[in-house]
Design a protein around this ligand. Structure first.
Ligand code: 4AD
Ligand code: MG
Length: 431
């Protein structure tokens, strides 16, 4: 017998249907049994009436435990009071498995317990909602790029060299070739791609041996790197802004139910879909100092600085033109001030921190080489990267979005660990 999904229930009102899923919750009173049934696409309250089911089937149903797997046959109807809510009148049911005592209950569990039971915790409504938002954000990013002449160009995960400095590299032995490293960002490879395709992006897991135990850091996370030929610094920020605003609108349009489950302030998301402010690093430091910060002009922003900066701002803020000493070797020097680079970080509002790092790239062979020499980088390992500056070099720019940072902001949740099915952090690798 064919079956339908809970998400499609309103197209089947009054018809006999079959649903396949699990028991989220169950209670009975007299001749009535109420099951909150879920099938992955949604939840529906289902009601069994003893005279309708028969004595034996009703008693078997009463024994259902949380998370038991079950197949329901019944007739869906609109909820008497609540708009857009439906109920299933159960005619019969098949128990697939009576679940053992389920370890996750309604009572508060500590984060460590929940993370150790991540394989089960994933079924909870909030986790379900966050990971569905992740799905929507992922596809919205791809949709925006696909509509704007970007070609998917997958970069390798096993690499012979570092993209973002050597302090956060995961290292491994690669047969007879010596050391290899897990990719921190596909950017350098994407720069080769633009010379063939003009605009490219990758989207996949990247790795950072981050010692930070913060609510914003994972050791394995997903990054979308985008790179575009003939795009300069200002246009690079324009593309980022358009993409993020497209993502916000997609989440609002497609994840209404998920945002409700998470009690996300949707108005705050709507307000973020407006022109983003741009400030230079110099201006940011001056501004933060008026608010009591002791930040200097040579330093990176800390988490508290990011919060202070975006306080009172509805939209993300671009911090651009960073001192070159604290940014990566590949960033292009500002022709108007050689001490700063044409890079930007995009800082999300509401305290969610940096969501994008991007820059115009140094396209002059000799300037790039001297910067790499000054940083004592192993030039022979990067010869291919330098080659790009010899054969038809062009101005070009790109950026990298941290998927989980963006999903944390969209979902309005506290900790990044809930935005990926199996989070990897310095103190956690199980399950
Ligand atoms: O700013 P990052 O380090 O930039 C790069 O890697 C560039 N190569 C990207 C590019 O230009 N193609 O990292 C980009 C983004 C950050 O803005 C942040 O959102 C996220 O990746 N990110 C992390 N997310 C979770 N956990 C971590 N440990 C992260 N480190 C960076
Ligand atoms: Mg960064």
């Amino acid at each position: 017998m064919s079956y339908i999904f809970v998400k499609d229930i309103k197209e089947h009102l009054g018809q006999e249907v079959t649903l396949k899923g699990w028991v989220r919750n169950i209670r009975h009173s007299g001749k009535l049994l109420f099951i909150i049934f879920r099938d992955g696409t949604g939840d529906i309250q289902s009601v069994a009436f003893k005279p309708e089911l028969g004595e034996e089937a009703f008693e078997a149903a009463k024994k259902l435990t949380l998370e038991s797997s079950v197949i329901l046959h019944g007739i869906p109807k609109a909820h008497q009071k609540l708009e857009n809510q439906f109920e299933l009148a159960i005619q019969s049911l098949e128990v697939v498995q009576y679940a053992e005592d389920y370890p996750i209950s309604k009572k508060e569990h500590g984060p460590d317990f929940l993370l150790s039971n991540r394989h089960l915790w994933l079924r909870s409504s909030k986790q379900w909602a966050v990971l569905r938002i992740r799905h929507t954000v992922y596809h919205a990013i791809c949709e925006y790029l696909n509509n704007n002449a970007f070609i998917r160009f997958d970069s390798p995960i096993l690499t012979p060299n570092a993209c973002e400095g050597t302090t956060t590299l995961f290292e491994l032995d690669y047969f007879d070739e010596g050391k290899a490293y897990l990719s921190q960002s596909g950017q350098l490879y994407l720069e080769t791609g633009i010379m063939s395709f003009g605009r490219v992006y990758d989207f996949g897991p990247v790795f950072r041996a981050e010692r930070s135990k913060t609510r914003k850091h994972l050791t394995e996370f997903w990054m979308m790197d985008a790179e575009a030929a003939y795009v300069e610094h200002a246009e690079n920020m324009q593309i980022q802004e358009e993409m993020i605003r497209f993502v916000i609108r997609s989440v609002l349009a497609k994840c209404d139910q998920e945002l409700d489950i998470l009690e996300r302030d949707k108005e705050a998301l709507k307000r973020a879909d407006a022109p983003f402010m741009r400030m230079t690093h110099y201006e940011v430091v001056e501004y933060l100092r008026t608010k009591g910060s002791d930040l200097d002009h040579e330093s990176d922003l800390g988490a508290a600085d990011e919060v202070m900066l975006t306080e009172g701002s509805d939209t993300p803020i671009f911090v651009e033109k960073w001192p070159k000493a604290i940014k990566a070797f590949y960033m292009k020097r500002d022709p108007e001030n050689p001490d700063v680079v044409l890079g930007s970080d995009l800082i999300a509002p509401e305290g969610f921190g940096e969501i994008i790092g991007g820059s115009q790239r140094e396209d002059d062979h000799d300037l790039l080489l001297s910067r790499m020499q000054a940083e004592k980088m192993p030039i022979e390992d990067y010869q291919w990267f330098l080659d790009l500056r010899k054969y038809g070099s062009v101005p070009h720019s790109g950026f990298g979005v941290g998927l989980e940072r963006l999903v944390t902001w969209m979902s309005g949740i506290h900790h990044i660990r809930e935005t990926i099915p199996f989070p990897r952090m310095i103190y956690r690798i199980y399950p």
